[in-house]
Design a protein. Sequence first.
Length: 210
Amino acid sequence: MNHDHTPGAGGPQADGSRRSFVKQAGGLLGLALAPPLTGFAEKLAGPPAVLAGPIDLTLRVNGTARALRAEPRVTLLDALREYLDLTGTKKGCDHGQCGACTVLVDGRRINSCLTLAVMSQGKEITTIEGLAQGDALHPMQEAFIKHDGFQCGYCTPGQILSGVACVKEGHAATDDQCREWMSGNLCRCGAYPNILAAVREVAGKGGTQG
């Protein structure tokens, strides 16, 4: 039987094309599986230098520059409590879930247990100790006392600082809005109605000082 071959569909030329394709594909696969050049260069250069041991830090807390020496992994919370003796900021869950460690950094509320002290250099840090002006309490502190916004008091510093920021952010215009934007601060005693009343009163007076 006679079989006609369509040009390019078979024969020696087609076999040669297939062999070339296989070689090219193999070369591309080899490139894909090869380690990146940058990774190879890093291996030649050796492991990156690891910063270890205490370092000198300067934190500006409540308007004053405070120097300390601590390891880079120390959190802002531990730096405040253990190194600067500012124990008003409380350690609750230590996982950023309860809000007891809330402080203000450049006016914004943060969980200090999730922030490294070294990252806060050059920024203005405000803790509960720096909220009052001398003997004059901050309006939020006065409101918490007036409305009995605390029981055991453990969460209160974080609640007050969060309340200050909440009002400044414009997130305390209604009860529901205030509840939502204060929801990151937990109170195991359940003083939420009193806390809400305090924050809403300060918001109703047009904000807070400081």
